[in-house]
Design a protein around this ligand. Sequence first.
Ligand code: HEM
Length: 416
Amino acid sequence: MAPHAVLDLAPAAPLDAARIADYDVFGDRLFEEEGDLHLGLYRLGEEFGRGIFWTPHNGGHWLINDYELLFEAVRTPEIFSSNNRAAQNGAMVMIPPMEGGGEPRFAPQSLDPPEHGMYRMPLMKAFAPARILAMEAGIRALAVQLIDELKSRGRAEFLEAVAEPLPVTVFMNMMGMPLQRLAEFRSWMHNIASSDDAKRADAFLNIDRAMHELIVARQTRREDDLISHLLDSDIRGRQPDMIDMQSYCLLLFTAGLDTLVNTFTFGMYHLARHPQLQDRIRADRALIPEFIEEVLRRYGVAMPPRVVAQDAEFGGVRLTKGERVLLMLPAANLDEAAFPGALEFDVDRENKTHITFNSGPHRCVGSHLARLELRVFFEEWFERMPNVRHDPANPPTYRPGLNLTICKLPLIWDPA
Ligand code: HEM
């Protein structure tokens, strides 16, 4: 394994050497040693402890991997800001820091309270549990169709067959996008996650264009879809304008697709390695909600960045305005102090309070939709499919980063 360069980037305030962790979120050496993204995060805690640490990689930034400390950090937005305006030189709140921050584009995610709340309220209404539950029958029909198409095949690449088409189709239906554009949508979703800047910029441009078209159409004629609903919402006494609407659309696209695709995939990845768990759930479907919560805990997927908005003491270190912070939510879910035997996948676990959807003002707006899609899909999967296993000739492939990703998950099974 090639050694990673440790850059000479130190925090502004003096720091004890024990608080410096050799951790690269994009090429984690612990991940490379373990071949398992989450095990790598767990080993980081074993090697450096839990708390707040500095890493010199990727421009130098703080990382928090302690359960209690993370809950405190995400509920203190006056220090841990999501807003470009708090970053130095107007750069983006990103790791590594990126130019071109400017005005925040992903409202409400890119805003802090109290401004954040004004933009969040319309989304909260659109994603309220009762509205989401009304989508159950449509999601079930789609899940059944996708599963029935692959049942007799005996093998499938899970992302291609289910984990992408299901949430992307649900999302497009919800937005009011024509499904003929499904393939295009999926390619944009891939390119947004790409490390190639040109591909990423192109994907954002395409999404912006497609959404602009749709918003203009709905401005003229409302339908029963999310865009129409948001157009009639209220941001502190006024209707959202085109910039607000495009901001909502971009945010929903970036926050609501990859995360769910990855959670579907990690869930299936775990099942394929544990035939006894498949037998147990098939015999007792009432376990499915517990199974889903344990997938969400054991395989958290998102590590959002923040910027320090003001000099502050926090968790025993001195933070300086403008420094970046990585909120390691999936690592906090593997904190032994909160989840004894944290690496074990235990559907009977008592503590279900994971932080996969974050907590505090930015807690995920789409969690009800995510849970519904996961539950309905796994109910139909266990109803229709025999036990599946990994394809020994084609092992899964992974990608570390701010979103923990399985890129390919080839599965095999014995068709009935
Ligand atoms: C398992 C699937 C999902 C996971 C793990 C997840 C995770 C998260 C996390 C960690 C955040 C906080 C980001 C931050 O603090 O900066 C977040 C925010 C958000 N999520 Fe999700 N998400 C999922 C699915 C969805 C879906 C399906 C949607 C909608 C289609 C959605 C929409 C949002 C929005 C709009 C925000 C911003 C909330 C705010 O800043 O106030 N998410 N999500």
